[in-house]
Design a protein around this ligand. Structure first.
Ligand SMILES: Cc1cc2nc3c(=O)[nH]c(=O)nc-3n(C[C@H](O)[C@H](O)[C@H](O)COP(=O)(O)O)c2cc1C
Length: 446
């Protein structure tokens, strides 16, 4: 039988105003004020109408009470707690995958396992978890933590966190509650329960989950690390990654490297879907697109000093070269990309901020719908991407442009679906449904 043609996977990363830092100040921006679910619901429905695989929101939990005059100049992160939000979206959508971010440093596996199991049932098998372990000082303090973990320890803790959540999801067989018998009074067969007895470096649990095994077995596991440790973590656990690369060769290096690491964990290259970020600015002409970009860049606010890769560079001249930056515990991989690029192109701090920081290392494509589709096609066909995580610089307008102009172009080229063929997110992404760990020995023996 001939294989169906490989098709793009598309997700959209929503923020209220868009990802460019001056998007909220443009005349076409939506109103500020309290987060308005109706506004977000409309965006999610538009994404589903366009047959996207996923909608996604980030979560940088916690907020520093310091330097409020600086914080007061940024629109970022006054929206919804992700699981609550995705549960609400689950009720008004029917096909699109729902990616909620949860940080492993500020949660217990049991809580997270039951929330995602619930979201997966509520949504009919459309839940995904963006597993993050970044640790800002302000976040740690919000939770009363003084001792912050090192980069390696955070990934180690995240690994144990996932091992335990997977055990908890497997603590019930699929369909464990399907044979309740009112006549005999037996609600479930005790043989379908697999108590968890976990004692590790970071967690202990002696329990059974109180929600049935997720419809998808496990929610789809998503990850976005770029460092060596992050890539190894992705190879071991992730089923979709949010890569970041501004050039084809950088994206290819990541793609080939991560896919080649999977074999060590008994996994095949197609067990992970790699979706680099894509920030398109679309115009009817290339010139119009460039003008849109210029308008956004002209409004970038340098009045409060600048940061690159999380390092405060206010003491350096804005139009001088990028100095050597110390290694930080956050975002090691992306910081290196930034420095490589700044050195190669002799960038000043201002240029580096405008080119890199504003788009956070993602691929900025400025042009017509067909030029954007060309870049997508090139990356997709050349081992750089299985799809894209769309990071619209302006929302809703930039996302509406993409749906109206780029999606039909991709469909015309046969690169993207015109209709969903499955119902669960795993089916959309072409990912296997994981067997319970308790079934594996029988399956191997068969
Ligand atoms: C598209 C994208 C989305 C991300 N979303 C979040 C998020 O919601 N919360 C968070 O704490 N970190 C988020 N991160 C950061 C990653 O989880 C990770 O900490 C970062 O890429 C650095 O990983 P590394 O140290 O392995 O390079 C995101 C990264 C990318 C590229």
């Amino acid at each position: 039988m001939s294989q169906p043609p490989r098709q793009l996977k598309l997700g959209v990363f929503f923020t209220r105003f868009g990802h460019h830092q001056s998007a909220w100040r443009q005349p076409e921006a939506p109103h500020a004020g309290n987060p308005d679910f109706a506004y977000w619901a409309k965006l999610a429905l538009l994404a589903e109408q366009a047959k996207f695989d996923t909608v996604f929101i980030a979560d940088f939990v916690g907020r520093s009470p310091k330097a409020l005059h600086k914080q007061a100049r940024s629109d970022k992160r006054y929206d919804f707690e992700p699981i609550t939000f995705m549960s609400a979206l689950a009720a008004i959508t029917s096909r699109i995958g729902l990616v909620a971010t949860v940080n492993t440093n500020f949660n217990e596996p049991y809580n997270v396992a039951r929330k995602f199991a619930s979201l997966d049932h509520i949504s009919g098998g459309r839940a995904a978890w963006n597993v993050v372990s970044s640790l800002q000082d302000s976040a740690a303090r919000s939770f009363g933590l003084d001792d912050t973990l090192s980069h390696a320890e955070r990934y180690e803790r995240a690994g144990e966190f996932l091992d335990l959540t997977r055990k908890l999801w497997d603590s019930w067989d699929d369909g464990a509650f399907d044979n309740a018998n009112p006549a005999t009074g037996q609600f479930f067969d005790p043989a379908s329960a697999h108590p968890v007895d976990h004692t590790g470096k970071y967690f202990r649990s002696d329990s059974l989950l109180d929600v049935a095994r997720p419809l998808q077995g496990y929610p789809v596991l998503v990850q976005a690390g770029n460092s060596d440790t992050g890539r190894e973590f992705a190879a071991q656990y992730a089923e979709m990654t949010y890569a970041s690369a501004q050039r084809l060769d950088v994206a290819q290096e990541y793609y080939r490297d991560v896919k080649s690491r999977l074999a060590k964990y008994g996994r095949a290259p197609e067990d992970i879907v790699i979706t680099p970020g894509l920030s398109p600015i679309i115009g009817r002409t290339e010139e119009e697109a460039r003008e849109k970009l210029q308008r956004l860049q002209d409004a970038v606010d340098f009045s409060n000093g600048v940061q690159l890769g999380g390092v405060d560079l206010s003491a350096y001249p804005l139009d001088g070269p990028v100095p050597d930056l110390p290694e930080t515990e956050n975002g090691k991989g992306r910081l290196q990309q930034l420095l490589d690029r700044a050195r190669r192109d002799n960038l000043t701090i201002r240029q580096a901020v405008l080119q890199f920081s504003v788009f956070r290392g993602h691929n900025l494509v400025v042009g017509t719908a067909s030029q954007v589709a060309d870049v997508i096609e090139e990356w997709f066909n050349n081992e750089a991407a299985d799809g894209f995580n769309l990071i619209p610089p302006q929302i809703p307008t930039g996302f509406e442009d993409f749906v109206r102009d780029v999606v039909p172009e991709l469909q015309r080229r046969g690169l993207f679906r015109t209709e969903y063929t499955g119902t669960t997110l795993r089916e959309h992404l072409g990912l296997r449904r994981p067997h319970s760990q308790h079934r594996l020995p029988q399956l191997r023996a068969a």
